[in-house]
Design a protein around this ligand. Structure first.
Ligand code: NAD
Ligand code: ZN
Length: 344
């Protein structure tokens, strides 16, 4: 099969002929149709410090995908050849304290397909049957590869009350944009989108944000305070990982509000804990991945019943072999979600 391979401990990736993965008794082989590019793939492509510490080449990256089941292992019962599927790529150990107490999304020994083992930038990907998610035909086929980042957004937004709440979203990359759509669909009262990139602010408007703010413009805090009756927002969804966005986000949060933090800072961040959290009586949620599989049920229901439209976030489609172009488009800030299509 053709696969995009992180071949060596150096920048770049390359298309190569690779063997089709061998199937274990509880595995599913999926013929990949679409794989989307995530910021993590860009770190791996550039071979930055994080990638150097985590990634063991040679291997196949890619963890956001959808495709058609091509074969199943002998013990697999709930999945059939021909099913259109995506998958949770965090493979939890099943044995640790968290796995055994309903918190598999923070498994101590999680292995991520596409990061720690072969992923989906290939003609075929092997997935444990437990991790397969069958996609409803009622959901546009194009959205199949987006369940992973969309699920991150769903997990973050629904980690506390949202209906009737005022919400600030700091960072309108794909996950911030999806969060706006989820918050809107779940009845958020007024969504403030805070994002330096003007193109992404415009996307935020299309996804349901009412007020668009550039973090560099001085009077953001005043504007948000005024629009929320002097209180600040009920909910902060931090979707950038940027230290100044985190600090600003907490300043926008009202006393007693909820901050759900998904963005990953690249290094330790200093925050004014006394004023940002303690005196405010704020509730802070760290968000990791997607709940297995509560988030998947919620994501599917939201796309099916609320008909959330993810299409504005899909800015580019390219064949897998044009991955270099995709990586450059993503880092330029010009692209939001890029779908890579696999043609066998
Ligand atoms: P992204 O990099 O596309 O989006 C981040 C956005 O933040 C960009 O649009 C950027 O312009 C904006 N930004 C930069 N500085 C800002 C500031 N001062 N104020 C407001 N916005 C600012 O990333 P993404 O794919 O949408 O992911 C969002 C974040 O979530 C990233 O940090 C990513 O690493 C992290 N992430 C976390 C998990 C998890 O499980 N916790 C999973 C996936 C991604
Ligand atoms: Zn575990």
């Amino acid at each position: 099969m053709q696969a995009l391979v992180k071949a060596t401990a150096a920048p770049g990736m390359e298309m190569r002929e690779m063997p089709v993965p061998a199937l274990g008794a509880s595995d599913v082989l999926v013929a990949v149709e679409t794989a989307s590019v995530c910021g993590t793939d860009l770190h791996i492509y550039h071979w930055d410090e994080w990638a150097q510490a985590r990634i063991k080449p040679p291997y196949i990256p890619g963890h956001e995908f959808c495709g058609t089941v091509a074969a199943i292992g002998e013990l697999v019962q709930d999945v059939q050849v021909g099913d259109f599927v995506s998958a949770e790529m965090h493979v939890a150990c099943g044995h640790c304290l968290q796995c055994r107490s309903g918190q598999a999304h923070v498994c101590q020994f999680v292995k991520i397909l596409g990061v720690d083992a072969d992923g989906a930038f290939a003609d075929y990907v092997r997935i444990p049957a437990t991790n397969i998610w069958k996609l409803s035909p009622a959901i546009p086929r194009d959205f199949g590869s987006l369940f992973d980042p969309f699920g991150n957004a769903v997990h973050t937004v629904l980690s506390g009350p949202i209906a009737g709440q005022t919400v600030a979203v700091t960072g309108c990359g794909p996950i911030g944009l999806f969060s706006i759509a989820v918050a809107k669909a779940c009845g958020a009262a007024h969504i403030f989108a805070i994002e330096p990139n003007a193109q992404r602010r415009e996307l935020a408007r299309r996804m349901g944000a009412r007020t668009l703010l550039d973090p560099a413009s001085g009077d953001i805090e005043q504007q948000v305070k005024t629009a929320t009756g002097g209180n600040g927002v009920d909910v902060l969804l931090e979707m950038s990982g940027h230290p100044s966005a985190i600090a600003q986000g907490f300043r926008l949060l009202r006393m007693g509000g909820r901050a759900s933090l998904l963005g990953i800072p690249s290094r330790p961040v200093e925050i004014d804990l006394a004023n940002a959290v303690i005196f405010k009586g704020a509730t802070v949620h760290g968000i990791n991945g997607r709940k297995m599989y509560e988030t998947w049920f919620q994501a599917e229901a939201l796309l099916r019943e609320s008909a959330i439209d993810l299409a504005p976030v899909i800015t580019h489609r390219l064949p897998l072999a044009r991955f270099d172009e995709a990586m450059h488009l993503l880092e330029s800030g010009e692209a939001s979600k890029i779908l890579l299509t696999v043609k066998r």
